[in-house]
Design a protein around this ligand. Structure first.
Ligand SMILES: [Zn+2]
Length: 66
């Protein structure tokens, strides 16, 4: 239902730094992680990156970690 085609994803989430619910810019980054040498493949892990629009604190979290 969301009809935003804007790249800005504003989410109200709790910021531990502000100790408040603040607006966060949320994006997903695919990061390539090299594993051990015998594993020739690279693992591409999606990370959810969020940045508090109040204090600028950024945190990222691997999405596959559930
Ligand atoms: Zn904050």
């Amino acid at each position: 239902m969301a009809t935003t085609n804007d790249s800005f994803n504003g989410m109200t989430e709790h910021c531990e730094n502000c100790e408040l619910d603040t607006l966060h810019e949320v994006s997903v980054q695919i990061r390539t992680e090299s594993l051990k040498k015998e594993n020739a493949q690279f693992s591409r892990e999606p990370y959810r990156v969020r940045e508090c629009q109040r204090c600028g604190d950024r945190s990222s979290q691997r999405m596959n970690n559930a």
